[in-house]
Design a protein around this ligand. Structure first.
Ligand SMILES: [Zn+2]
Length: 288
């Protein structure tokens, strides 16, 4: 018997993928359609580019014949099918999401590199017009084919602020806290978690039953009586692989079927995983 294996995929902003694919994999992490909860509201980032020197929040749009940035009240007009309609200013949107992201990461005790933001027009038939000279807005707008130049430009002005290890930690933390917007996907995600058999599996080759019991530092199989000191290691590895790359004390207790916070703490500490946060809020991460 094996635990079910299904993979979760993150839907991408296909139109920018062609350009972002050209960035060196080692240097940049990219997260598409990231949606986080700030304690009160959800906020969403179309594409997030992460490096050790900066984070870049991209707000991508692919519509309309013309997008006009007006100086009055920073209004933005979109022209399509011969009609003109005001839309939320995508540069201000990107800026707002970027500051929410920064705050969110700081609250998780992360060292946060500078957070930049850009509105990217990903439709090569759409023309962008600035109705007057507006250097500030222009700096934060580009067409998709100009995206790599923009990233290069930001990179040339920024110093390395965090290590590769810290970068991976931030990426993992964001992915672990992503909340899918589509209720169907969310439902799928919940079913998917419930589908996975939890509990520690008996290592005896003829038994393999799930649900070993923890007694005085030893896992005991209720079916065949096999005893093991480290049968939980495989279970935690399965959790990282099948559910998500991070785990809290209460998630561990749920998954391993143990009641004691103290014992769960002891088990987590014994595996020396990287972690962030304090006390109840501590999150442990899958090691490389
Ligand atoms: Zn057994």
């Amino acid at each position: 018997m094996e635990r079910n294996i299904k993979m979760l995929g993150y839907q991408g902003q296909k139109s920018l993928e062609f350009y972002l694919d050209q960035l060196p994999d080692k240097k940049y992490d990219i997260i598409n359609d990231l949606r986080l909860f700030d304690g009160k509201y959800y906020f969403q980032i179309d594409v997030l580019v992460l490096s050790t020197a900066f984070l870049l929040d991209l707000e991508a749009k692919n519509r309309g014949k013309e997008i006009i940035f007006e100086p009055e009240l920073d209004q933005v007009i979109i022209v399509r099918n011969n009609s003109r309609e005001r839309i939320s200013n995508p540069v201000i949107q990107a800026k707002t999401q970027a500051s929410k992201l920064k705050k969110w990461l700081q609250e998780q005790n992360c060292v946060v590199p500078s957070v930049h933001y850009l509105f990217v027009n990903s439709n090569n038939k759409t023309k962008i017009t600035f109705s007057t000279h507006n250097p500030y807005t222009k700096l934060n707008v580009c067409n998709s084919e100009g995206l790599l130049d923009k990233i290069g430009e930001i990179n040339s002005h920024e110093m390395e602020k965090i290590s590769q290890k810290e970068l991976k930690k931030i990426t993992r933390l964001l992915l672990a806290n992503h909340v899918p917007e589509d209720p169907d996907i969310l439902a799928y995600f919940e079913i998917f978690q419930k589908d996975i058999i939890s509990g520690v599996q008996c290592p005896h080759p003829d038994c393999k039953v799930f649900g070993m019991e923890y007694r005085y530092g030893t896992w005991c199989c209720p079916k065949c009586g096999t005893r093991s000191k480290d049968a939980h290691i495989q279970a935690v590895q399965d959790y990282f692989l099948l559910i998500k790359p991070s785990i809290t004390n209460s998630e561990l207790r749920n998954f391993l079927h143990i009641d004691s916070i103290k014992i769960a703490n002891k088990i987590l500490k014994s595996m020396s995983f990287p972690y962030s946060g304090k006390n109840k809020g501590r999150v442990y991460y899958k090691p490389k």
